[in-house]
Write a protein that binds this ligand. Structure first.
Ligand code: ADP
Ligand code: MG
Ligand code: MG
Length: 252
């Protein structure tokens, strides 16, 4: 089963250190949640793992199944089985959702091993159905004019189609109403298997009412300061983050 290991990661943006000694290990079959106050480096972590050029890794290692992820280009990371659903998905004009999805899948599968068109269409239909996404979606330009909720559903559609080994979902729940939240959760729960590990980054506990995490990590000031089970998320919901700050003697 897949294994993602992040050790003593330090990341800088434009000379400022944002991630300060981050450690995490997760395996296939597991769902981990990272929770934490705003501005604590959660999105930075996700972008650094995916290889965003703006984020400089100054120390530490990231491996997927023992392979050095930091040595891979962005597209290689996707091919190796990493997937990132971004907090703010970008719009791409002139490329339909369907074309985008098919080229992403084919890029991952490699030349000579392209997915059959009929098989692709069948899979896309099936997943769109499950996510209660309107048929017209596949021919619309990627994320263009999509509502917040539509973008998030679309990210989950990509997740289901790409079948990565490890997915990082950054605030996939933000701006979703309860119905959309349920649909998105159904998508993630449907992926659950020993071949798939999922890291859910969230500000709120409510998503975790629908997706039960095996482990919950609290991130503050660029690193994990506390880990526990699903009950930790509940306590954060009830009591906020203050008690952890007190416990750790963190100011502000
Ligand atoms: P979170 O996702 O936990 O809310 P972020 O990773 O978005 O936190 O941000 C962490 C810190 O890094 C913040 O202080 C933010 O201002 C800073 N930061 C994030 N992205 C950039 C960027 N592109 N350029 C400069 N600073 C950034
Ligand atoms: Mg934020
Ligand atoms: Mg963020």
């Amino acid at each position: 089963t897949p294994n993602l290991k992040i050790e003593n990661l330090h990341v800088e943006i434009e000379g400022t250190e944002i991630i300060k000694g981050f450690d995490l290990e997760m395996n296939g079959g597991e769902i981990h949640a990272i929770m934490g106050p705003n501005g604590t480096g959660k999105s930075t972590l996700a972008s650094a793992v995916m290889g965003h050029p703006k984020y400089e890794i100054t120390k530490g290692t990231i491996t997927l199944d023992g392979e050095d992820v930091l040595d891979m280009e962005v597209d290689e990371r996707a091919r190796a089985g990493l997937f990132l659903a971004m907090q703010y998905p970008s719009e791409v004009s002139g490329v339909t959702n369907s074309d985008f999805m098919r080229s992403a899948i084919n890029a991952k599968r490699g030349e000579g091993n392209e997915i059959q068109l009929m098989k692709f269409i069948r899979q896309m239909d099936e997943k769109m159905n499950m996510l209660e996404i309107d048929e017209s979606f596949s021919q619309r330009y990627l994320n263009e004019g999509f509502s917040g909720g539509e973008k998030k559903r679309n990210e989950i559609l990509q997740l289901l189609m790409m079948e990565p080994k490890i997915a990082i979902l950054d605030e996939i729940d933000s701006g979703l109403d309860i119905d959309a939240l349920k649909v998105v959760s159904k998508g993630v729960n449907d992926m659950k298997s020993p071949d798939f590990g999922c890291l859910i980054i969230t500000h709120y506990q409510r998503l975790l009412n629908y997706i039960t995490p095996d482990k919950v990590h609290v991130m503050m000031q660029g690193r994990i300061v506390k880990s526990g089970g699903a009950e930790l998320a509940q306590r954060l919901e009830n009591e906020g983050y203050e008690w952890i700050k007190e416990e750790l003697g963190i100011e502000n």
